[in-house]
Design a protein around this ligand. Structure first.
Ligand code: HGY
Ligand code: MN
Ligand code: MN
Length: 402
């Protein structure tokens, strides 16, 4: 039986496909508490309310749509609605629309969960505005100090504390009441890779998430005129920044399964005919062990320091966030894989709120096939058959856990 047309996952995705489009980058730019994300929040509240769920916002800006009274030992599913800059349509929203569809379907079948059930929408999962990924689930679980979170600033210099206050949050930080209500969390997410393509399967259960972290590289030199400054007289911070980019690739290439990326670079002042005075770069490093992850960072830092010395610049490499490897609850993992008829079990290199919560409550993830295998880019996708299979799998998981 399919959900009432009003709650079909593909139809719900079409309803929001125009929200937060980014004409310059392509894809979507939907960042926590900005206009697009707030429109998506309103859309979710309206849809969940129409589905007969009671919606509340917790102290950290996460949305909770309850089927029945909020209660302990709840089955919680959901994901996020924010995106990376120029991101795809499915990273986050697929988990939210699939949860609405699955709940609508179960309701339509007269299913009554034996435990409280909630759909959650976590805030700032990508960390695209304030720099720390999974900020809403980290705050909820006490994994980030609220004072540090409040002091985080976006590209305009606005603090998270100010943005949260403007969004109506009186305070933020660990929320034991919200955390204690979660009995089990199952997040459905578009696969950010080609595993299901290679296996020719629509759905998988997650096994693990790579160790990963973010570091900020700052280089300071001397701004000057591009036309009147001899090469020998330059202290150009772009050279050590360039060394960071190539060193990151080289260091990761030497370690099986490791990845290191610098995709965000901000020279100041950024003029075509101007030697930059300083450069900020952000590095994302992921590997199968902490030793490999930190070794990559050390190698990059050493090459940046050498290039900075040669160019008469000063440089620093500072850790901004770190997440240890996640191994999802093996009992829950195997129970869901079996309940879904023996679907594949796949690892991922992508971080998720489910990864944060896995340290606090039994947590699982379901992956849905992405025909391009591409993510964090407009080419991200999920074929219709896989989306339908994902909703079936989520509904079956809820039945199994109830
Ligand atoms: O960066 C990640 O892995 C996730 O998409 N936030
Ligand atoms: Mn993402
Ligand atoms: Mn995501």
């Amino acid at each position: 039986m399919t959900a009432p047309a009003a709650f079909d996952a593909l139809g719900l995705l079409r309803e929001i496909e125009g929200i937060g489009r980014d004409p310059r980058r392509g894809g979507y730019s939907r960042h926590v508490f900005d206009d697009a994300e707030r429109t998506l929040r309103d859309w979710f509240v309206e849809r969940a309310t129409r589905l007969g769920l009671g919606v509340e916002t917790d102290r950290n800006g996460n949305l909770w749509a309850w089927w029945g009274e909020p209660g302990p030992d709840a089955i919680v599913t959901g994901s996020h609605l924010d995106s990376v800059p120029g991101g795809g349509a499915h990273d986050g929203p697929l988990g939210v629309v699939s949860a609405l569809d699955a709940v609508a379907r179960l309701k339509g079948e007269g299913f009554a969960p034996a435990r409280p059930l909630a759909i959650v929408v976590f805030a700032e999962e990508e960390g695209s505005r304030f720099g720390i990924a999974c900020l809403g689930s980290r705050l909820l679980s006490g994994e980030i100090d609220p004072a540090r979170a409040g002091a985080l600033r976006d590209a305009t210099g606005r603090s998270f504390a100010d943005a949260a206050r403007d969004a109506g949050l009186a305070s933020f930080g660990r929320d034991d009441e919200a955390l204690s209500r979660i009995g089990v969390f199952v997040e459905l997410h578009v696969e950010q890779g080609k595993g299901l393509i290679d296996l020719d399967a629509p759905v998988a259960v997650a096994s693990s998430i790579l160790e990963h972290g973010r570091w900020r590289v700052d280089v300071r030199g001397q701004g000057n005129h591009a036309g009147t400054t001899e090469i020998a007289d330059r202290r150009d911070p772009m050279l050590p920044a360039a060394a960071a980019i190539t060193a990151a690739r080289r260091a990761a290439s030497r370690r099986s399964g490791a990845r290191a990326t610098i995709g965000r670079l901000e020279p100041i002042p950024g003029g075509t005919n101007v030697i930059a005075s300083r450069v900020a770069a952000w590095m994302d490093v992921r590997a199968s062990s902490e030793a490999d992850t930190r070794a990559i960072v050390e190698e990059v830092a050493a090459e940046v320091a050498e290039a900075a010395a040669a160019e008469g610049c000063e440089a620093s490499v500072v850790e901004e966030s770190y997440s240890a490897e996640v191994r999802f609850d093996p009992v829950l993992r195997d129970r869901l894989a079996a309940a879904l008829g023996g679907v594949p079990v796949l690892p991922t290199g992508a971080g998720h709120d489910a990864g944060v919560l896995s340290a606090h409550v039994p947590t699982a993830m379901l992956f849905v096939r992405n025909p391009s295998g591409v993510s964090h880019a407009p080419e991200e996708g999920a074929d219709d058959a896989a989306v339908a299979a994902g909703v079936d799998a989520l509904a079956q998981s809820i039945r199994e856990l109830s």
